[in-house]
Design a protein around this ligand. Sequence first.
Ligand code: HEM
Length: 126
Amino acid sequence: MDKQTFDQLGGEQTFATIARVFYEGVKADPVLHEMYPEEDLSAAEERLRMFLVQYWGGPTEYQEKRGHPRLRMRHSPFKINPNAKQHWLAAMRNAVDAANLSEADDALVWDYFERAALAMVNTFED
Ligand code: HEM
């Protein structure tokens, strides 16, 4: 995405809110929480925030710190079945709500998350 999209979506603040509220949801959801390897989720929150900022046209700090996203590969250590995907999307739905986007911007962001989450499913086992 380009800088114009980033600004239209509310810039840094939007993605800081999404990442923060998403990880509050992870902590509150046992199915998700047990998947996250680190006890302290603040570094994971930071990685998600930087990734989203970069994806939506903001600064490329993610690339500088983490390299190419390769998200499917980075998720391969985790068993992401359709149930995990549903939990992830539920936590993300709350997070996107907290960003208070316009209807059109919400639809843009939400469509992306639904497609990206589907692409991250890597098993149909429990
Ligand atoms: C479908 C369900 C998903 C599950 C269960 C899941 C789970 C996880 C877990 C357990 C981690 C490791 C946490 C950490 O960084 O230490 C992680 C990392 C990450 N996830 Fe997901 N994820 C899902 C979907 C997604 C989607 C759709 C996106 C992007 C739109 C995403 C973006 C990220 C990013 C950016 C990282 C950090 C990558 C890195 O730099 O290491 N995830 N995810």
